[in-house]
Design a protein around this ligand. Sequence first.
Ligand SMILES: Nc1ncnc2c1ncn2[C@@H]1O[C@H](COP(=O)(O)OP(=O)(O)O)[C@@H](O)[C@H]1O
Ligand SMILES: [Mg+2]
Length: 493
Amino acid sequence: MTTLAELSDDFTSLSEAAIDHLVRLTASWSLLADLSFSDMVLVAPDENSGGHEEFVVLGQVRPNNRSTLIVDDLIGSVQPSSQWPLVKLAFEGGKRCVGEVSIPARDGAVPVWCIPVRFDGRVIAVLVRLQGPLRGPASLYEQAYLSIFERLCSMVSDATFPYREDTVAGPGMPRVGDGIILTNGLGQVEFATPNATNALHRLSVYAATEGKTLTEMGLRLRVVERSLEYGIPAMEEVDRSHDVSILFHCVPLFDHGAVTGVVVLLRDVSDLRQLNRVVLNKEAAVREVHHRVKNNLQTISSLLRLQARRSDEHDTVVALQEAERRVRSIAVVHEVLSREPGEEVVFDEIVRSVVLLVEDTVLALHPVEIVVNGDLGTLPTDLATPLALALTELLTNAVEHAFVDFGGPDNEHVGVVTLDLSLEGECAVAEIRDNGRGLEDDFNLDVATSLGLSIVRDLVRSQLNGSIEMTSVPYSDGGGTLIRVVVPTELAS
Ligand SMILES: Nc1ncnc2c1ncn2[C@@H]1O[C@H](COP(=O)(O)OP(=O)(O)O)[C@@H](O)[C@H]1O
Ligand SMILES: [Mg+2]
């Protein structure tokens, strides 16, 4: 798609400031199209043709409240001025030219206005308006819309529209159909559309509107005054209790340099604000759920700890302690999620808690240093829990087994366990390395029946679709055990 700026560069010799003026005009002109129920195109002489023999279409907009008369995309097309005599007349004469044209989509003639667009004292383009058929005679409101439109057209030719400060139409902004109030130069209401009246009712304003200012009607807002005083567009939102929010957008009207009125576009944004609140509430609810899950898991782990203390059997004590540790490592993930609920979780925070947990449970028995390098950024939450549990098992094993009977009590050997985390392509990679005694010669991960490694195997291979390798590092390379876990970061659902 070609932009207005690109077309202006290619076809015209307009200055940057002039092009900017046209860009701002087209950013605001859906207001004009809606007020006049018309299709609009913006044209300028094609300088390549020499003189004003051809005109190029720089922009096109359709009304939101009527069906269009121009089905084709005209942007970038060039027309000989013999086809568009009124355009040429308006451009050269600097005056609005009104007439009729016949267009392919319609039988019979269609009213057309050619409005010169002035900037810096010079006509730089022509705004062409093709008016669609009115449904019967114009209603009171349609007449009012058209009269506002006419005033804005004069402003286009006087270079007071578009505004320098702000655009007055666009996503999220009130549109003509949402409701309009027109005030005079004193801010007194001249008329209000039914939608505007409804919006005022929602703010508990039932007084007759005509002849009064919005402030006199009991509305506490400053935008109308601000618009009148400074001659700039301005927006303000008015809330009543918790559930009603109305957006007021004021567009000043100029006549020969003086502000003579304000068009107030109103939009009921209550549903939108409500929705925001619901989303916020939902987030709080998710947070709360994680918080409760975490609390429940902590309760379970306390129960297991109590039970372990009451047992005389060493094996039972160990089994219960391990179960407790596993429950706590799951709680860690919910703890992090209760602070930052979402589809993704910062895994770094989980790693930190997991390391603290391992230090807490086994380091008292085996003074070993745990070093973490790198991080995995944010990971999907469904991946975080199994991965956290697997890392807890593997780190615990390293601390628990690697240094048993290794070196003897007088040995100077300092036990170090490193956890290296990195992302390789679409995979998260965790390498756990210790400088301990290494694995038994006949060790085989695939046949290990012990609980810890069975859990890890199941988590990494079945749940996470990943792979795990455990190898003894040759003594010449520092010895110990190296475990490499690779899991895809996008879980196939
Ligand atoms: N880093 C390691 N260094 C040496 N041996 C290990 C290491 N990790 C695991 N092992 C061996 O693998 C065995 C199985 O581990 P695991 O399944 O977690 O059971 P448990 O920790 O309850 O003994 C351990 O008993 C230990 O002999
Ligand atoms: Mg273990």
